[in-house]
Structures are given as structure tokens and as C-alpha cells.
Design a protein around this ligand. Structure first.
Ligand code: PAF
Length: 283
């Protein structure tokens, strides 16, 4: 498996693929890979000749310094995992900070038609400017035909699609279904840090989302939200940060249900000091 540690090497390799009209897929990651990431790579391999997987813990998207410091870094294990998927069709790109930020580690300011103001944007100030900055720069280096993002970070997915539209970039953004553990917990690099009792409790998040989906068939968004908030109040280990039912296009909270719109329920909760997010399609 080819591993490139700087952007010029990667760019030369991409040039060769482009000359030979090879389709390039891209899976950007922050490492600490799990089966969710591998499912994106596998989907990408079905639709492209080669897949570039980037591993870069992007400092500008962390609004909390401790969260950045504690973010798991497991490059050797990540490489071994990727090799189990393909040795010949995966190119790993591990850029340096300078490759992405040159001498100034800061975000560009983006506007994503308001998508950035809700949920993760409201609770993690600056987060989406950091994500927008790194993804735009990675796309400029990798120049992929298709890029794969998981629906666990649904708001991020919608924001990246918006960035492609607003900046007239040519990469097609492909959203991929949430990959879950057998007990329903959405796969996340953060799950590794959960203490056993919190790991055991965490599937409550998805269970509550599924129950909320059932209730949304008959109840209003307000009633469902109150019900979810109460469920978490009663829970001994998990602390709800937000629950929101939103229109998938605008990500604005639903006021009155309409059969013409498509909704999703979004949740963020703390298990000890670890923040977990999840979401579910409602209709
Ligand atoms: O989803 C992630 O892991 C990150 O936000 C991404 C897209 C790799 C940008 O750093």
C-alpha cells in the first residue's frame, strides 16, 4: 500500500492517475479508523479505480483543546486495517500541518447558507469553519472524482455538499449510511475511549432515536422532543446536550410537520466526558 507523507508526492501520484483517466475516490479521515471508515472505503472501491484515504487530525475543527489532545492517534493500526481492504488500490495520505496550513494554523470563514448555525455549529463554535477549511484544501490536493462522507455527521455532509455547490467544485459528494455496532451504537473513533459502563449505556442513544421516530408518526415535533428530554433526565449515565427534529435541507428545527418535507432527528449526548452524536431519518 502506498503511503505519502507530503502533498507533493501525493499530487504527483494523482497526476499519473489523471493522465491514465483513472477514477479517484477520496475518504477523508482523522484516523483511529473503525469499520465505519472501512465501509466508506469499500463503497468507494466499487465506484473508483483508486481510493485516497487521508489521515489528519485537523486542529482547527476542535473547539476544545483537551478534545484535540485526547483524540486517538493510531496510525500503525489504521494502516494495517486499510491493508485488510486492499493493498493495491488504496493510497494513504498523511499530510503534515504545513501541507494543509503552511505557516498559519487558522480557519477560513465560511457561510453555508445558514446550515452552519444549528446543532453542532451552535454547540461547537468555529467547528464548521475548521471542517470547511481542511476539506476544501484536501479536495484541492487530492482532486477526487468522488468523496465519501458518513451520515453520522449528517450536518457535516450537508455542509460539504453546500460548499461544493457554492465554490463550484467538481467532486461528487457521496453520503453513506451510518455504520452501527451490533447493539446499535453508531461507530465513532470516540467510542474507544468509553469506560465499560458508559459503553454499555451508550446504545440508549440509538434506541431513543428509534422510539422518537415511532412517536413522530403521531405526535408533534415538540411533544417528541419533550419526551426525549425526559428519557434522558431519567438516565443515570448519559447527559443530553440537544435533541432536534429538523428539515434535512435547511437543518432548521421543524415547527409544523409537512408531508412534503423530509425530516431527521439529531442528538448529541455526553457519556462521561465523551460527546457522542447520532441521527435518524424520520420519513
Ligand atoms: O469527519 C471527519 O472525520 C472530519 O470532520 C473530516 C471530514 C475528516 C475533516 O477533518
Amino acid at each position: 500500500m502506498k503511503v505519502f507523507n507530503n502533498k507533493n508526492q501525493l499530487s504527483n501520484c494523482v497526476d499519473k492517475f489523471k493522465t491514465n483517466s483513472k477514477a479517484i475516490g477520496f475518504v477523508p479521515t482523522m484516523g483511529a479508523l473503525h469499520n465505519g471508515h472501512l465501509s466508506l472505503v469499500e463503497k468507494g472501491l466499487l465506484e473508483n479505480d483508486f481510493i485516497v484515504v487521508s489521515i489528519f487530525v485537523n486542529p482547527t475543527q476542535f473547539n476544545n483543546k483537551e478534545d484535540l489532545e485526547r483524540y486517538p492517534r493510531t496510525v500503525n493500526r489504521d494502516l494495517a486495517l486499510l491493508e485488510t481492504v486492499s493493498k493495491s488500490k488504496i493510497i494513504v495520505f498523511i499530510p503534515s500541518i504545513e501541507d494543509i496550513y503552511e505557516d498559519k494554523v487558522s480557519s477560513e470563514a465560511f457561510a453555508f447558507d445558514g446550515l452552519e448555525h444549528e446543532m453542532e455549529g451552535a454547540f461547537r463554535p468555529g467547528h464548521f469553519d475548521g471542517v470547511g477549511t481542511v476539506v476544501k484544501r484536501l479536495l484541492e490536493i487530492v482532486r477526487p472524482d468522488n468523496a465519501y462522507f458518513g451520515e453520522k455527521d449528517f450536518q457535516q455532509l450537508q455542509i460539504i455538499k453546500k460548499m461544493i455547490e457554492l465554490h463550484k467544485l467538481t467532486t461528487k459528494i457521496v453520503g453513506c449510511a451510518i455504520y452501527r455496532a451490533d447493539d446499535g451504537l453508531a461507530m465513532s473513533s470516540r467510542n474507544e475511549r468509553l469506560k465499560p459502563n458508559y459503553r454499555k449505556a451508550a446504545p440508549f442513544i440509538y434506541k431513543t432515536l428509534k422510539d422518537a421516530k415511532k412517536k413522530f408518526g403521531t405526535d408533534s415535533a415538540k411533544e417528541v422532543t419533550e419526551w426525549v428530554e425526559n428519557q434522558f433526565k431519567k438516565h443515570e449515565l448519559l447527559e443530553l446536550e440537544y435533541f432536534l427534529i429538523a428539515d434535512i435541507k435547511t437543518l432548521k428545527p421543524v415547527k409544523r410537520k409537512s408531508t412534503k418535507k423530509t425530516y431527521r432527528a439529531f442528538i448529541a449526548a455526553y457519556a462521561d466526558d465523551i460527546r457522542l452524536i447520532d441521527n435518524i431519518a424520520l420519513n
